[in-house]
Design a protein around this ligand. Structure first.
Ligand code: GAR
Length: 202
């Protein structure tokens, strides 16, 4: 069954593009009903225009509080008939009004093997820690920072001469694989969440 996705992005939007591409090649039975950005100059907006995807700039400074901001985003997404929200490079911690409106129906991609290196600058954190392996994680969003139930992860090696740029490029390739795959598993009803554990199966 075709479902409607809502995507939230703050910048370049390459993960947003990976979802568009998966839909276009028939790998995802979904429609992107709306892109919401918190940044009026996000390149993701250009991608939305190119693919005729409705897009909304939600100015985070234009609301009385963060809760009101997220309530209005929830309203917008509900109005569009969105079933699953995808945080694709959305650089904010989403708040309770949005999470309560879409319980276990928000997924996020993060560029580290959670629970390591939560929050901002995950690649820099990994390099500074000296790990030999890093990667990316798709998880359901709860009220913590990068803390919800893990759906998929993919690992990459970290080399001694890596920079933030080289490591993020290596991880990004994996992000573009596992984010659409996690959405596909969701659409196919293959994700069962018990507490913090996600079981994948029929
Ligand atoms: C991606 O690497 C994503 O994992 C990361 O931002 C980048 C966005 O790239 N997200 C976070 O760090 C969230 N905490 P994109 O705009 O090209 O998809």
């Amino acid at each position: 069954m075709m479902i409607k996705l809502g995507v939230l992005a703050s910048g370049r939007g390459s993960n947003f593009q990976s979802i568009i591409n998966s839909i276009d090649r028939g790998a995802l039975d979904a429609e992107i009903a709306c892109l919401i950005t918190d940044n009026p100059t996000a390149y993701a907006i250009e991608r939305a225009k190119l693919h005729k995807i409705p897009h909304v700039y939600a100015n985070p400074n234009g609301y009385a509080s963060k809760d009101v901001y997220y309530r209005s985003i929830a309203d917008e997404l509900q109005f569009c008939g969105v079933e699953l929200i995808v945080l694709a490079g959305f650089m904010r911690v989403v708040r309770k009004p949005l999470i309560d409106a879409f319980p276990m129906r928000i997924v996020n991609i993060h560029p580290s093997l959670l629970p390591s290196f939560k929050g901002m600058h995950a690649h820099m954190q990994a390099l500074e820690y000296g790990v030999r392996i890093s990667g990316c994680t798709v998880h359901f969003v709860d009220e913590g920072v990068d803390s919800g139930p893990i759906i998929l992860q993919e690992a990459v090696p970290v080399f001694s001469d890596d920079t933030v740029e080289s490591l993020s490029a290596r991880i990004l390739e994996c992000e573009h694989r596992i984010l659409p795959l996690a959405i596909k598993l969701y659409i196919e009803g293959k994700l069962r969440v018990t507490g913090n554990i996600v079981k994948i199966g029929d």
